[in-house]
Design a protein around this ligand. Structure first.
Ligand SMILES: NC(=O)c1ccc[n+]([C@@H]2O[C@H](COP(=O)([O-])OP(=O)(O)OC[C@H]3O[C@@H](n4cnc5c(N)ncnc54)[C@H](OP(=O)(O)O)[C@@H]3O)[C@@H](O)[C@H]2O)c1
Length: 513
C-alpha cells in the first residue's frame, strides 16, 4: 500500500493491522446503532491510529439529511456515546470525508446515486479503493439492500485482490431456519462468502476473545476440558432490564431468538469446540460448525424436556416495583413470547458425551451478567470426608463476559487455625485491575476486522443455519402449544422453579452469579 497519501496523523496505522484505504457506507445511518456504536467505533479507531489515511464515511437512509447535518449528528453521537472524549482535531479529519446519500432501500436509482458518490470519491483520489457496506437497518430491508448493491455493480468490484467489496450484516440473521436459508441464498446470489461479515457483537468483546486465549494458550486447562473432568457447563446471559419501550419488537422475538440462538450458542461453540488447526478464520469457524452440528436434537414435551420457557411477572428490581411482561407497553395481554428460556444440550462427540450444557437467558433477572461456568467433578472425599468442618465445593472455572470482565477459579482451601476446616475460595483475574478499564468496545474490533478482511469474529452462513436448525423445532413446538407450558418468574429473581427442576434431574444446580 502506498505511504505517500497518508496524513501524518494517520501514518503508521497500517503498521498495526494493515487497514487499507476504505469507503464505509452505513445503511440505516440515522439509527440508534449508528449513533451509539458505529460512529463512536470509527472515531476511536482514528484515535488509535488504526484508520487508513484515505478513509471515507457515507451515511445512507430514507430521510434526506444534508452532509453538514450528518456530520454534526455524528459529532454529537461521539460526544454522547464514545468511551473517549471528542478531540476536534481528530474528528475534523474524518468529518471532511463524511457524506450522506438518501433514498429508499428498495429504489435502484438511490443505489445508482450511491455508486456515483463512490465513483466520484475514487476519481478525486485518482484510484479505486475498497468499499465496506454496513447494513444497520431493521432486517425487513436486508434483502433489497443486498440485491440493489448487486444491481448497480457495487458488490463485485475488485474481485481479484483483497480490495474486494465487503458487506457487514447486523443481527438478527433470520427468524427461523427457513428465513436464514433464504437470506443466505439472497446474499450468495450477489456476494461470495469471503465478502460477507455477519455480526454477533458478543464475538467482538475482549473477554470472548480471551476465552480462546485462555483455552489454547495455556496447558493447564486442555487436559481437563472433557467428560473425564467436567461435570456440567452453565452459560448465563441475564439482563435486569425489561423490554422498556421495545415491547412491540420483542413480541416478535423472545429470549431464544434474541439471545440464545446467536450469542449464547456462539459462547457454547467457542467453549466446546475442538482446538482449531490454526487461528485462521476458516479453521475456527469449521470447528464451531462441527460442534453445533454435534448437538443432539432437543427433547421437547412435558416430561424430561430439555427446555423451559417463562415470562416475568411483577417484582422488585433495585428495590423498585416493576410491571410484569404482559403489562408492558406494546405487549399483548395474552402474549406467548418467552422472556426467559433455559435449554439442556447434549453434545454427541467423544469429548463431551454425558456432559450436560445448560444455557439460560432472561430479562428482568436478579442481575445483569453474562458468564460461562465450567463446573468440574467433585473431588473424591476419601481424605476429607464431609462434615460440619469440611465443606468441599466442586471446582469451577468461570469466565465473566460482562460486566466485571475477567475469570475466577473456585478451589477448596484451608481456613487458618489449628483444626482442619475447609472453605471454598476464589482466585480472581479482573481485566480492569490488570489492564485498566478503557478497553476497546466490541464494535471497534469488528469494524476494523471487516476493513482488514478478517472474518474470525463473524458468523459464517453455515453456522447460522446450524444454530437455527437446533432452535427452529423448539419454536414450532411452542407455537403449537400456545400458552401451555409457559412458566412465570418474579422480576428480580433468577428465573422459574421449572428451570431449577430441570437441573435437579441431573443432580445439578444453577449458579447464582
Ligand atoms: N441498537 C442496538 O443497540 C443494536 C444492537 C445490536 C444489533 N442491532 C441491530 O442493528 C440494526 C440497526 O439497529 P438500530 O437500533 O439502529 O435500528 P433502528 O434505529 O430501528 O433503524 C435504523 C434505521 O433504519 C431505518 N429504518 C427503520 N425502520 C425501518 C423500516 N421499517 N423500513 C426501512 N427502514 C427502516 C431508519 O433510517 P431511515 O428512516 O433514515 O431510513 C432507521 O434510522 C438492527 O438490525 C438491529 O437489530 C442493534
Amino acid at each position: 500500500m502506498p505511504n505517500d497519501s497518508r496524513h501524518p496523523f494517520l501514518q503508521g496505522l497500517s503498521k498495526h493491522r494493515g487497514a487499507q484505504p476504505t469507503i464505509i457506507t452505513i445503511f440505516g445511518a440515522s439509527g440508534d446503532l449508528c449513533a451509539r456504536k458505529l460512529v463512536p467505533a470509527i472515531y476511536n479507531l482514528a484515535v488509535d491510529n488504526l484508520l487508513p489515511a484515505d478513509f471515507y464515511l457515507i451515511g445512507f437512509g430514507r430521510k434526506p439529511i444534508p452532509d453538514e447535518e450528518f456530520r454534526s449528528l455524528a459529532s454529537e453521537a461521539i460526544s454522547k456515546f464514545s468511551r473517549r472524549e471528542l478531540n476536534r482535531d481528530i474528528w475534523d479529519r474524518i468529518e471532511k470525508n463524511a457524506f450522506y446519500c438518501s433514498g429508499g432501500y428498495d429504489e435502484v436509482e438511490a443505489f445508482q446515486k450511491l455508486r456515483d458518490k463512490v465513483d466520484s470519491i475514487e476519481k478525486d483520489l485518482g484510484r479505486e479503493i475498497q468499499s465496506v457496506f454496513y447494513v444497520s437497518t431493521p432486517p425487513s430491508v436486508f434483502e433489497p439492500i443486498i440485491k440493489n448493491l448487486g444491481e448497480v455493480g457495487l458488490a463485485k468490484r475488485h474481485q481479484d485482490g483483497d480490495r474486494h467489496t465487503k458487506v457487514v450484516i447486523e443481527k438478527p440473521f433470520g427468524k427461523d431456519l427457513e428465513s436464514a436459508r433464504h437470506l443466505n441464498r439472497v446474499i450468495s446470489g450477489v456476494f461470495q462468502e469471503r465478502q460477507v461479515y455477519r455480526i454477533d457483537h458478543y464475538l467482538g468483546k475482549e473477554t470472548v476473545q480471551d476465552l480462546l486465549v485462555q483455552r489454547f494458550a495455556n496447558t493447564i486447562f486442555e487436559p481437563l476440558w472433557n467428560r473425564n473432568y467436567v461435570d456440567n457447563v452453565q452459560i448465563t446471559v441475564a439482563e435486569s432490564l425489561g423490554v422498556g419501550t421495545r415491547g412491540g419488537y420483542y413480541e416478535q422475538s423472545g429470549a431464544t431468538r434474541d439471545m440464545i440462538q446467536n450469542h449464547t450458542m456462539q459462547l457454547l461453540a467457542l467453549t466446546a469446540m475442538e482446538p482449531p488447526a490454526s487461528l485462521d478464520a476458516e479453521a475456527i469457524r469449521d470447528e464451531k460448525v462441527k460442534l453445533l452440528k454435534a448437538i443432539k436434537p432437543l427433547r421437547l414435551g412435558y416430561s424430561n424436556s430439555d427446555v423451559v420457557r417463562a415470562q416475568y411477572a411483577e417484582g422488585l428490581i433495585d428495590g423498585q416495583k416493576v410491571d410484569g411482561y404482559r403489562e408492558e407497553e406494546g405487549v399483548s395481554e395474552e402474549s406467548n413470547t418467552e422472556t426467559y428460556a433455559a435449554l439442556r444440550l447434549a453434545i454427541n462427540n467423544w469429548r463431551w458425551e454425558g456432559v450436560p450444557f445448560y444455557l439460560r437467558s432472561g430479562k428482568r433477572m436478579a442481575r445483569r451478567v453474562t458468564e460461562i461456568a465450567i463446573q468440574f467433578k467433585r473431588p473424591p472425599s476419601s481424605l476429607f470426608s464431609e462434615n460440619e468442618m469440611i465443606n468441599l465445593a466442586s471446582n469451577s472455572l468461570v469466565f465473566q463476559i460482562q460486566p466485571d470482565e475477567g475469570s475466577t477459579i473456585l478451589l477448596n482451601g484451608k481456613i487458618p487455625g489449628l483444626q482442619t476446616r475447609t472453605q471454598p475460595v476464589k482466585m480472581h483475574f479482573r481485566y480492569s485491575t490488570t489492564f485498566g478499564s478503557n478497553t476497546p468496545e466490541a464494535y471497534e474490533r469488528l469494524v476494523l476486522d471487516a476493513m482488514i478482511g478478517d472474518g474470525t469474529l463473524f458468523i459464517r452462513g453455515d453456522e447460522t443455519e446450524a444454530s437455527w436448525g437446533l432452535i427452529t423445532p423448539l419454536h414450532e413446538f411452542w407455537q403449537s402449544e400456545g400458552q401451555r407450558g409457559m412458566e412465570s418468574y418474579a422480576a428480580g429473581s433468577w428465573g422459574p422453579n421449572a428451570s431449577d427442576r430441570m437441573l435437579w434431574q441431573g443432580e445439578h444446580e444453577w449458579r447464582r452469579p
